[in-house]
Structure formats: structure tokens, C-alpha cells
Design a protein around this ligand. Structure first.
Ligand code: AMP
Length: 358
């Protein structure tokens, strides 16, 4: 177990790294953050930083020499880079979780082998494979790159009644390995933020209901409008996933809810997750502190929620709304300190709390 004053290494200095560094600081830990950008948002709150590529073996070795444990804020860190660390430093979440989340085929296979449902999916390595798969999905689906997709990037919707969508998908399938997912007619999207400690204890936060715009999370509302059975399914899937991966840290799992109230896993993230930002306003301990507790070998906190809430992301020009948001009652604003506002860029979020109803 790390002691007050010990240093945690964080790979990635974006908003998630920044919020992890703030949480670590509140628990008395120091942070060293590695990021290629000289003005990475997390540097402002870290004790030390290293400006280098995520796969720079020398820089990672330096990070490992300065710290007692390494964690990361995003899942596209090359697994091999962590493998090159030879001083026995612990990396949490482990590389099995990281590798599984990086490849949609590995991820879907992992869940399906555990008996957990996903959208029907097909490994696509050629335009012909796409034609064959579309025959089995009634001509509709979403083609996604196997790797490096996020916030709806690296995806296209396909509908054989619209030939231009097929053309676009074929082009993508020639550029990079993909999967085709059958189109899920979901009633809502929900997610669960769960944590597992190094002793194997598990805590889950309440389930959030998420609305996306242009493939990017727009709002998370808690409690989600789902029944007890659906909630229990989400908690059970989280336990199975964390235990199977022998996981330490916080994980976000996103689901589609079908009309029968059953869950299909969309994807998981081996890190703190945008749909868990509400926890900082509506719980005593946020997902960020929970992650820091887990990776430092500390006991997990109770995840009890004291309020209902809605979290909304501030994307690009939404920053213009900041003065108005500051006048809202019972609203926590959190800006990420990004130097430049760009279209589609996550700039901050705010969470409004209301009295707890359930
Ligand atoms: P992803 O990047 O995989 O999380 O996808 C971004 C968003 O696209 C999801 O949150 C859904 O709103 C939508 N989406 C992704 N996959 C599917 C699917 N198989 N069926 C229907 N909608 C989907």
C-alpha cells in the first residue's frame, strides 16, 4: 500500500489525468505525468511532468524510476511500452485489460466467452467480408475500426438501401481491420462505473443513463430510468468482468438496453470514464478518488449517492455558456484548462444535483 507522499505515475495528461491528479493530491499522494503535449491540461496539477511520446521506452523507464505505481488515463497506450518496463513496477489496470479494450474483436470475444451479450459482430478484413456480413444483419450495421476508435471516430453507419454508405464503409474496410456490428434498436444507453481493489473487493456506482450527440457523450443522468432487473444485470456483468481480468482500478462499461430490458455490452474502458464525472458532485467519493484508492492499494470507498443529478459535457463552443452556468443553483462546474477551444473538443462539464428520489 502506498503511503502519504508517495508518487503515482500517470500516462496521459488530458482532462482525465488532470482529475486523477487532483484526487491523488487530496489524498496526499504526489503525481508524475507523462504526455507528449507541452501544455497538457494535467500538468497544472501534477508535481512533476515528463514531455514524451507514450511509447518512449526511456521516458517510461524514467516515470517508473520516479514512482511507486503507474496508471493511465486512456486505453490507446501501446501495451508493449508497459511490457518494456523492467524494474517490476506495477501497472494498473493490468495489460490484459488494456490489450482487451484496445481491439474490438478481443473485447467482444472476451465478453461473449463469459456469456455476456454484445451486438452481433463480424470480423471484417475485406470489402467482400463486409458484403457477406451485411447479408446477415439485414443490410444495416455500424462498421467500426478494430483499434483506436473513440467518441464515434473511426466508424460509419451502413445501410444497403443507401449505396453511398456502403461505398464509404468499403473504403474504411480496405484501409484498416474493422468489425461490422448489427444495428441495435436500443431503448436507452446506460453505463456503470465499477472499481476493484488489489484485495479483490468490488464497489459499483449507481448506473447512469447516457445521451450521445454525434457519437460524443452529451449528458449522463442518475438514476437511470431502468428497472431492478436491468440494474442487477449491469452490476453482475461488472463483477464478472473485473474478476475475470483480475483488475485493479476503476472501469467504465457502456451498455445498450434492449426493449425487453436486457443489456448488451457496447464497450468497456479500463480507466475513469466520462459517464462517471457526475460522481464528483453526487457522491462523497468520486470515480477519480476511487481509482487512486484502488491503484495505491488503499481500501475502496463506499459509493453511496446523496443526490440525483445530470452531468452535461461542454464541447467546443459550449464554453460560451460558462457565465450562465455559473449562475445555476446546485451546479458544479469543472473546466479542463485547455488552452484552445476546438470544435468537438471536450472543454469541461457541469453537474446539477437535485434531491434524491430513489
Ligand atoms: P462507440 O464509439 O462504439 O461507443 O459508439 C458511439 C455511439 O454510437 C454509441 O454510444 C451508440 O449511440 C452508437 N452505436 C454504437 N454501436 C452501435 C450499434 N451496434 N447499434 C446502434 N448504435 C450504436
Amino acid at each position: 500500500m502506498l503511503q502519504v507522499g508517495d508518487k503515482i505515475g500517470i500516462v496521459g495528461g488530458g482532462q482525465l489525468g488532470r482529475m486523477l491528479a487532483i484526487a491523488a493530491g487530496r489524498l496526499g499522494f504526489k503525481t508524475v505525468i507523462l504526455d507528449p503535449q507541452p501544455n497538457a491540461p494535467a500538468f497544472e496539477f501534477s508535481d512533476q511532468h515528463i514531455i514524451a511520446a507514450y511509447d518512449d521506452a526511456k521516458a517510461l523507464a524514467k516515470l517508473a524510476s520516479l514512482t511507486k505505481v503507474i496508471t493511465y488515463e486512456f486505453e490507446n497506450v501501446p501495451v508493449e511500452a508497459f511490457g518494456s518496463l523492467t524494474n517490476g513496477i506495477e501497472v494498473h489496470p493490468n495489460t490484459k485489460a488494456l490489450a482487451t479494450s484496445q481491439d474490438r474483436v478481443a473485447e467482444k470475444t472476451f465478453f461473449n466467452e463469459l456469456g455476456i451479450k454484445t451486438a452481433p459482430w463480424f470480423d471484417i478484413n475485406s470489402p467482400q467480408a463486409l458484403d457477406e456480413a451485411l447479408e446477415q444483419t439485414n443490410g444495416k450495421g455500424i462498421l467500426k475500426t478494430r483499434r483506436f476508435g473513440y467518441d464515434g471516430k473511426g466508424q460509419c453507419r451502413v445501410d444497403t438501401s443507401k449505396p453511398e454508405t456502403v461505398q464509404e464503409a468499403k473504403k474504411l474496410s480496405q484501409e484498416t481491420p474493422c468489425i461490422l456490428e448489427g444495428f441495435i434498436d436500443f431503448t436507452r444507453e446506460v453505463s456503470i462505473i465499477a472499481a476493484r481493489s488489489s484485495q479483490g473487493a468490488i464497489e459499483t456506482f449507481d448506473i447512469a443513463e447516457n445521451v450521445h450527440r454525434d457519437g460524443i457523450l452529451h449528458t449522463s443522468t442518475v438514476p437511470a430510468n431502468i428497472n431492478q432487473k436491468t440494474q442487477e444485470q449491469a452490476i453482475s456483468i461488472a463483477h464478472k468482468t473485473l474478476n475475470e481480468l483480475n483488475y485493479v482500478g476503476v472501469m467504465g462499461i457502456e451498455f445498450f438496453v434492449n426493449p425487453e430490458g436486457d443489456l448488451l455490452v457496447n464497450e468497456f474502458a479500463p480507466r475513469v470514464h466520462n459517464s462517471g464525472h457526475w460522481t464528483e458532485a453526487a457522491c462523497i467519493v468520486s470515480q477519480f478518488e476511487q481509482h487512486i484508492r484502488a491503484v495505491t492499494g488503499s481500501p475502496l470507498a463506499n459509493t453511496v449517492r446523496h443526490s440525483d443529478c445530470i452531468m452535461e459535457n461542454l464541447i467546443g463552443d459550449d464554453m460560451d455558456k460558462v457565465p450562465e452556468i455559473l449562475s445555476f443553483s446546485h451546479t458544479m462546474l469543472h473546466l479542463y484548462g485547455k488552452a484552445e477551444t476546438r470544435q468537438g473538443r471536450k472543454m469541461g462539464h457541469f453537474t446539477k444535483i437535485t434531491p434524491k428520489t430513489s
